[in-house]
Design a protein around this ligand. Structure first.
Ligand code: PEP
Length: 259
């Protein structure tokens, strides 16, 4: 049984004051979520404030990015130990916005995944095809390349400690989500690759989230797919009630699976 995980990616949104309001709304609205794990990834500037608000709450803290070195002359960068010090347990790696806007390469993403694991945090490795790649029938080729590169050189035990997020680029921030069938097809493919890279048993334990225009209205149908172990949520995570609605859907599915 893979407990569903819902991760909110706040992207570059919110002042510290706004982040405090959002985090307080989540903390007060999600006192004891059962059958689901929850994390939020605020902007770096709000991590300390949100960490204080969420202390003692079941909502965990994550970051949207990291540098792969623990320290050094890397102006403007933030290392994994710095994130850990603020209470982060999760770090996104390879989000498509960073791949595109910052030109992040598979090689850099691989180093980030290794750094995150080496400090005992959990990487959420994002993979996904563009609309053009899907049109050209390159969906599986693209996600396979990103997955193999991102996990290259990891032991089976390290792979067991990662989370994957299938995020078709054409679905991110567009309001057009993948259908549950499309998500399940790609995520099943990714799980098959995990069997090869780690083992069949480990592949069955790794959570694969879906991300791309998830909202309370479509979350249940997506997460009802056995291959979809939760959601990475961008836009809809900026509204406490909207995000709580998604978490409740995931909890219902997670609790039902246990009964
Ligand atoms: C994301 O940023 O990872 C994402 C899935 O965004 P949205 O939910 O807004 O599509």
């Amino acid at each position: 049984m893979r407990t569903p995980l819902v991760v909110g990616n706040w992207k570059m949104h919110g002042t510290v004051a706004e982040a405090r309001v959002l985090a307080t709304g989540l903390r007060d609205g999600l006192k004891r979520p059962r059958g689901v794990h929850v994390a939020v990834c605020p902007p770096f500037t709000a991590l300390a404030a949100v960490s204080e608000i969420l202390a003692g709450s079941p909502i965990q803290l994550g970051a949207q990015n990291c540098h792969h070195e623990p320290a050094g002359a890397h102006t403007g960068e933030i290392s994994v130990p710095m994130l850990a010090e603020l209470g982060c347990r999760w770090v996104l790696a390879g989000h498509s916005e960073r791949r595109k806007e910052m030109g992040e390469s598979d090689e850099q993403i691989k180093l980030k995944v290794r750094a995150i694991l080496s400090h005992d945090l959990t990487p959420v490795l994002c993979v996904g095809e563009t609309a053009d790649e899907r049109r050209q029938g390159l969906t599986f080729t693209t996600v396979e390349g990103q997955l193999r590169a991102g996990l290259a050189g990891l032991s089976a035990d390290q792979i067991a400690k990662t989370v994957l997020a299938y995020e078709p680029v054409w679905a991110i921030g567009t309001g057009v989500n993948a259908t549950p069938g499309q998500a399940a097809e790609v995520q099943g493919y990714l799980r098959g690759l995990l069997s090869e890279l780690a083992s069949k048993e480990i592949a069955q334990t790794v959570r694969i989230l879906y991300g791309g225009s998830v909202k309370a209205e479509n979350a249940e149908a997506l997460m009802a797919e056995p291959e979809v172990d939760g959601a990475l949520v961008g836009g809809a995570s900026l509204n406490a009630q909207g995000f709580i609605g998604i978490v409740r859907k995931a909890a219902r599915i997670g609790t039902a699976a246990k009964e």
